[in-house]
Design a protein around this ligand. Sequence first.
Ligand SMILES: Cc1cc2nc3c(=O)[nH]c(=O)nc-3n(C[C@H](O)[C@H](O)[C@H](O)COP(=O)(O)O)c2cc1C
Length: 197
Amino acid sequence: MKTTDGLRLILASTGASGSRLAEKFLEILLNNERVGKVHFLASEAFEEVLSAEESTTLGETIDRHRKNDKFFLHDCDDFGAPFSSGSYRHDGMVILPLSMASLGAIASGAHRDLVHRAADVTLKEERKLILCPRETPLSLIHLRNLVAVREAGATVLPFIPAYYTRPKTIEDLENNFFQKILDHLGLENTISPRWGS
Ligand SMILES: Cc1cc2nc3c(=O)[nH]c(=O)nc-3n(C[C@H](O)[C@H](O)[C@H](O)COP(=O)(O)O)c2cc1C
């Protein structure tokens, strides 16, 4: 569904490593002219991981985007958010990064917070749900949970570096990953070279 105001997307971030990917992808979505609304929510653990991994805080990120009229911030315990109901139509939800704890909650349907509830609703309404899990190695529990969410209709899209683009920087590797998410959201992009082009 494309509204006249542009695509409505949900970006949720949980407490797995790779918090900078969330920060960068948020920026990419907000700068995309086809995107009309980005609903953003982050778990408490995301905040903790971000502070551990980067020299920035979630508060600073929020302050940077607060004045952008495409940016809609939600608390993780706000089950009254629009997309907590299937009657709110949106064009896709991305969870980046996705922790194994949140993966387990989504796979079991036993949601603890708005991230899990929104993912649950996105699946039941058969809308696009892109999960970007991060853990290594993967236990049998993780693998079974990944199969469960895939069977329920989610796209499982982990950050796995591609070398065929001859990357020179970490940003090159990250852009290749972002390209795959954008492609799955149906957003045209030239953010990274493509094989065969
Ligand atoms: C610095 C740091 C890095 C972490 N990295 C991961 C990770 O890569 N994958 C993961 O599943 N959990 C990771 N965790 C553990 C999760 O943050 C923890 O399980 C948390 O309860 C997840 O909650 P959430 O899913 O509500 O965000 C990390 C924790 C910290 C403090």
